[in-house]
Design a binder for this molecule. Structure first.
Ligand SMILES: C[S@@+](CC[C@H](N)C(=O)[O-])C[C@H]1O[C@@H](n2cnc3c(N)ncnc32)[C@H](O)[C@@H]1O
Length: 256
């Protein structure tokens, strides 16, 4: 039996949204993965350093999947429900989780880390990352890209041209350079995502918080209903997340 718009939306609004575990969407939405495999790349880099920090670790799911941690491994998280989840998941693995404020400074001394990582940060604090890296250290990250899920956002919330232009690779490169970091690798991919019911869309919008902070369905009810009818008619809604892989280096100290 077909479920009503109201019940699908209510269920998705009531589902827990902590962590970055998308298994709630199994069978209801799909998302293509990047070809570079961020978690594998991160794992390789972590095995080569002695001190590393993962910023905006979320529930710690991605970090928990790496094979070998460096002798010093720290992670920060600013949203209390996720800080609690990450602590539970990562402390048994020897990773210290530090609950921080949303903004810098992070509670670490200058030049504390060989490697700083971050996947899908809400805001990238480039100057703070540069401060925390040792000379010669690396920032490895996967950021949201320009016009990410633009078809979906245009339908539900409206176009976000200002946010999208800030996420252009050229803009991200300029921000890194302004903080004194040198981009050594930057790649962008446009992926395919499909949603099979409106509940999956609502759940996704609650999780993708850089787009609509504290998203709730009520202000967008009528637009969501139009999208629901479209999904019912077509069987799915297709949109395209974009991702930018960033590898930036802090220049090594000058030899004297
Ligand atoms: C998009 S998450 C990515 C987390 C992690 N790096 C990953 O890739 O799974 C980025 C940040 O948003 C925070 N966040 C997620 N949902 C939030 C919410 N409803 N309110 C405030 N912050 C939230 C997370 O805790 C995390 O620090």
């Amino acid at each position: 039996m077909r479920r009503s718009f109201e019940s699908l939306v209510a269920e998705a609004m009531a589902a827990p949204a902590e962590g970055w575990d998308f298994s709630w969407l199994d069978g209801r939405a799909t998302e293509e993965r990047t070809s570079w495999g961020y978690q594998r790349l991160m794992s390789q880099r972590l095995a080569m350093v002695s001190a590393a920090l993962d910023i905006h670790t979320g529930g710690g799911e991605v970090l928990a999947g790496v094979e070998k941690f460096p002798p010093t491994m720290a992670a920060t998280e600013s949203w209390p429900p996720n800080a609690a989840l990450a602590t539970k998941r990562l402390h048994p693995l020897g990773v210290v989780v530090v609950a921080t404020r949303d903004e810098p400074p992070l509670p670490f001394a200058d030049e504390s880390f060989d490697l700083v990582t971050s996947r899908h940060p809400i805001t990238v604090w480039w100057t703070e990352i540069a401060r925390l890296l040792r000379p010669g250290g690396t920032y490895l990250a996967q950021h949201p890209g320009p016009a990410t899920v633009s078809e979906l956002l245009t339908q539900v919330i409206g176009p976000q041209p200002r946010l999208w232009s800030q996420l252009e690779p050229a803009a991200q490169r300029a921000q890194a350079q302004a903080a004194g970091l040198k981009i050594v690798d930057m790649r962008m991919e446009r992926l395919r995502a499909e949603f099979f019911d409106i509940g999956a869309v609502v759940y996704f919008l609650r999780k993708v918080i850089w787009t609509v902070p504290d998203f709730t369905a009520a202000p967008y009810y009528e637009r969501l209903r139009v999208l629901h009818e479209r999904i019912e008619a077509d069987g799915r809604f297709v949109t395209h997340p974009t991702r930018v892989l960033v590898e930036a280096r802090k220049p090594a100290a000058e030899q004297t």
